[in-house]
Design a protein around this ligand. Structure first.
Ligand code: CP
Length: 325
């Protein structure tokens, strides 16, 4: 299949359900958008006249800002709605909210919601707008996994034959699930290390190797992904104390230097310094955290572009050349 035959959409609800070719196609499209953010005038006219609504019914710094910037860099109109300023606070249902938004004919609705499955639910009921899942409860966060993959590809020059280690709260980690789907699809070895209470029961069935001690899990790792302890979901006592967690699972430079000396470190953010990772790791040379945020804009430009135009990216490079500043 040539890339011009590939279609993405009509929605992007998760990594599960995408083919390997579709993942590679989105990443290749995103790679073409990376340099737009390096230009003095960071804007191309690609989606002039299109409208993107960002409906964020749960807190977000990176994803919300990134989707807004991505839409604006494509010259689309971007409208942002947060939980506090939407009529959901007056009791309007989610479905009535998105039907109302759809009546204004946006091309893409990007939604974050605390309930797993919320993006799938609205996608079933919308006929005119494409839906992008920007994180739904404990379920998936597909654009985060895609930007993580682009970061790895740009840094290591490859996305196959890798040992990827997830450290921390996999149970409440939608980023973890999307990354597991993506890297098992690409044939990478995926490991998870955490206290047993942070490991969901279906993890081994997803093809993930389980560990309960950090040194064994890190052995020979290419990529270490730190997962935040997500106390905003299911506020049960998953671990006896953060001190105890930190003693066994905090990612530090001496541990990386000993067991995974060639590794790079990714974290979706936000993160807790001194609990999931030491500041030496966050700010050190292995850390790709600010690159992840940077590439996030290019990935979201690619996703919005592919869903808004619903066609292949055959002429995109010519188009970008034509409009470079
Ligand atoms: N990584 C991520 O989703 O961060 P935000 O919650 O700040 O959007």
């Amino acid at each position: 299949m040539s890339s011009t035959d590939l279609k993405i959409g009509p929605h992007l609800l998760g990594i599960r359900g995408l083919s390997r070719e579709q993942v590679e196609f989105i990443l290749a499209t995103a790679a073409q958008f990376v340099e737009v953010s390096e230009r003095p005038i960071k804007r191309v006219p690609t989606l002039r006249g299109k409208t993107v609504v960002n409906l964020f019914l749960e807190a977000s710094t990176r994803t919300r800002t990134s989707f807004e910037i991505a839409a604006k860099r494509l010259s689309a109109d971007a409208v942002n709605i947060g939980a506090k300023d939407s009529s959901v606070t007056k009791g309007e249902t989610l479905l009535d909210t998105v039907w109302t938004l759809q009546a204004m004919a946006p091309d893409v609705i990007v939604m974050r919601h605390p309930s797993s499955g919320a993006a799938h639910f609205i996608a079933q009921h919308l006929t005119r707008s494409a839906v992008v899942n920007a994180g739904d409860g404990l379920h998936e966060h597909p654009t985060q996994a895609l930007l993580d993959a682009l970061t790895i590809k740009q840094k290591l020059g490859k996305l196959t034959g890798l040992k990827i280690v997830l450290v921390g709260d996999v149970f409440r980690g939608r980023v973890a699930r999307s990354n597991i789907f993506l890297h098992t699809l690409l044939g990478n070895e995926v490991r998870a290390v955490a206290p047993p209470t942070f490991i969901p029961p279906d993890l081994a069935q997803l093809g993930v190797k389980l560990y309960h001690d950090l040194p064994s899990a890190l052995d020979g790792a290419d990529v270490v992904m730190s997962l935040r302890i997500k106390t905003e979901y299911l506020q049960d006592a998953f671990i006896p104390s953060t001190d105890e967690y930190c003693r066994r699972f905090c990612i530090t430079e001496p541990i990386l230097a000993k067991y995974a000396p060639e590794s790079i470190v990714l974290a979706p953010g936000p993160f807790n310094r001194g609990i999931e990772m030491s500041s030496e790791v966050v700010d050190g040379p292995r850390s790709q955290i600010s690159k992840q945020v940077n590439y996030g804009v290019a990935v979201r430009m690619a996703v919005i572009y592919l869903l808004a135009i619903r066609q292949g990216a055959m002429n995109l490079s010519e188009h970008l050349k034509e409009h470079s500043a």
